[in-house]
Design a binder for this molecule. Structure first.
Ligand code: FES
Length: 188
């Protein structure tokens, strides 16, 4: 209602330009309301509640360069954990080289499953538009279309167990990493 009122009064001044601007603003608003909520949100901690603690894998079972898939913090959110063989930001374990990331590209949700490159310690290129992410630098973008880091799973080590305890960044398609899905089963 407010927009229409403004449109009527401003058309008296600059009819064509104002009308076009208002139509564009209206279209953007409509798009934002229908897109997957996570698409336009800035990277944050990605969840307003308490993250579950999930025992992901035993350190002794991880083989360098061989990613293992797991879901976190919701069953619908796919991730991978990998021992990079070189220290990384957020890395855990005695070599600080165990990291875990979402496998949903932050550009438009392309699947990065199977796209780990051990030579470059990177994820990608994404099959959709070739985005590639540096896993030693918290999932920073090194190539192409994405504008946000790949969300990184926060990890802790307890004895031989690697435990997921949180998430840095918003998983593609979610307004909140902890909503609109089934939480993984919480451990101890
Ligand atoms: S969806 Fe991955 S680069 Fe576009």
């Amino acid at each position: 209602m407010t927009v229409l009122d403004n449109q009527n009064s401003s058309e008296d001044i600059l009819p064509c330009m104002r009308r076009r601007e208002l139509l564009m603003a209206s279209a953007v608003g409509a798009t934002a309301a229908t897109l997957a909520p996570g698409v336009t949100m800035a990277a944050t901690e990605g969840g307003a509640g308490t993250y579950p603690r999930l025992s992901v894998i035993r350190m002794s079972d991880l083989i360098e360069g061989e990613p293992v898939a797991f879901s976190y913090p919701l069953e619908e959110q796919p991730n991978m954990i990998v021992k990079l063989g070189t220290p990384a930001q957020g890395g855990v374990g005695p070599d600080e080289d165990i990291v875990a990331f979402s496998v949903l590209c932050t550009h438009m949700g392309g699947s990065l499953r199977g796209k780990y490159n051990h030579e470059f310690k990177s994820m990608g290129p994404c099959p959709f538009h070739f985005s590639t992410f540096d896993l030693t630098k918290s999932g920073a973008i090194v190539h192409a279309s994405a504008t946000q880091h790949l969300p990184q799973v926060k990890l802790e080590v307890d004895g031989d167990d690697v435990i997921a305890v949180g998430m840095n960044g918003l998983v593609y398609g979610y307004r909140d990493n902890l909503k609109d899905g089934s939480p993984v089963v919480m451990q101890g």
